[in-house]
Design a protein around this ligand. Structure first.
Ligand code: ZN
Ligand code: ZN
Length: 142
């Protein structure tokens, strides 16, 4: 009987709180490459929130995943180019989940207009949303 060798799997750490697998395409294809600027920007946002954990709802998207998402992702989506991430700060210890507009405020103070971002709130994408929690950021123009 052939011995099954276990592959050594380790998480690849990209910065203090960010691992490469956090960006892996949700379809399971393994696309987990990521733009270096996106890591830098995301880490700065996490730092501003005291390094609490984030939860990524969508990082990279291969063409298949983008076409099949509901609603279908934009053709020019920065998620296709490994330059975008959707994330939120879940409840952590005794700290409640962070509201999307709080993230927006911090991003604006850190980056002003340089960083493209919005808060996802159902079908509505805006930076002033009071209900949304998931934040999209991308470094498409960086
Ligand atoms: Zn995929
Ligand atoms: Zn997004």
């Amino acid at each position: 009987m052939a011995k099954v060798r276990k592959k050594a799997v380790g998480r690849v750490k990209l910065s203090r709180n960010i691992y490469r697998d956090m960006f892996a395409c949700n379809c399971g294809c393994g696309l987990d490459t990521v733009d270096a600027n996106l890591v830098i920007v995301l880490q700065r946002i996490i730092n501003a929130f005291g390094n609490r954990p984030i939860f990524v709802t969508s990082g990279n998207r291969c063409k298949h995943a983008n076409d099949n998402s509901k609603p279908p992702g934009a053709k020019g989506s920065m998620h296709l180019r490994c330059k975008a991430v959707d994330f939120y700060f879940p409840e952590h210890g005794d700290m409640p989940e962070v509201k999307g507009f709080e993230i927006a405020k911090v991003i604006n103070s850190l980056f002003g207009d340089i960083l493209y971002y919005y808060i996802l709130d159902g079908s509505y994408h805006g930076i002033t949303s009071q209900r949304g929690r998931v934040c999209h950021i991308d470094v498409g123009n960086a």
